[in-house]
Design a protein around this ligand. Sequence first.
Ligand SMILES: C[S@@+](CC[C@H](N)C(=O)[O-])C[C@H]1O[C@@H](n2cnc3c(N)ncnc32)[C@H](O)[C@@H]1O
Length: 271
Amino acid sequence: MNPIRSARQWLFAISLAACAAMAAAQEKPFEPYSGQPGKDVVWVPTPATTVSKMLDVAMVTPQDFVMDLGSGDGRNIIAAAKRGARALGVEFNPEMVALSERAAAKEGVADKAKFVQGDMFAADISQATVMALFLLPDNLRKLNQKFLDLRPGTRIVVNTFGLDGWEAAHSESAQGDCGAWCSVILYIVPAKAAGNWRLAQGDLTLEQKAQQITGTLTQGGVAGSIENGRVNGEQVVFSVGGVEYSGRISGDTISGSVNGNVPASWSATRQ
Ligand SMILES: C[S@@+](CC[C@H](N)C(=O)[O-])C[C@H]1O[C@@H](n2cnc3c(N)ncnc32)[C@H](O)[C@@H]1O
């Protein structure tokens, strides 16, 4: 036997086998696995029962535009679209985006459930009416200012990990097969109340941390501390010396009522 010829035949056979293995690997559809590495957080899917509870708690309707940052296999977005909402997932991993698009088509909601490949920290979320999220506390901290800049009243619903310094509007546990990921928390984006406001009766100075407000109301040269100050969506409420003020914040104006001995109305303009 010619040894050179035999070696060539072996090499040919090995490269044929390698090509066949590569072709088989290429044909195998992409399958994600729980714990799969991601840019800023690994992929762990929200259990189906928790997805459903999140959308219930956020009261998603066909009028909503739901967004998920780090949308994984698209399950939150597809479930929202099945409730008639328009929905958009932002996912860094292009294979997960393609997988989500295939799943949306299979579920018959490709017209409402859309996906884009991108970085969650660069995403435009300004049009969302609901954010449905499953992210790490550190991710959520980095997104905090974007959340505060959302339209007042926007609902942010999360799986398990909450928003630092925010007050939950509601929390509930999903039932059934949800393992460690059953806890659902809802937050409502507060209007921006901080600043100096001019009232007919005096001056109001407010500091704000998410839904909580503190500060002073100065009337006739006498300053009173703000007590129990809260912003719920567009509604603001606080007390000064036992008198309760409530109102609606619309940009740089507040108008509402004073619930003192003599009920009255009040309005304020931000300076
Ligand atoms: C914990 S999983 C949540 C998946 C999905 N939201 C759910 O509830 O089932 C986080 C997802 O974020 C994606 N991800 C990680 N870093 C990202 C980034 N910077 N921008 C967009 N997506 C990212 C991961 O690929 C992963 O799919």
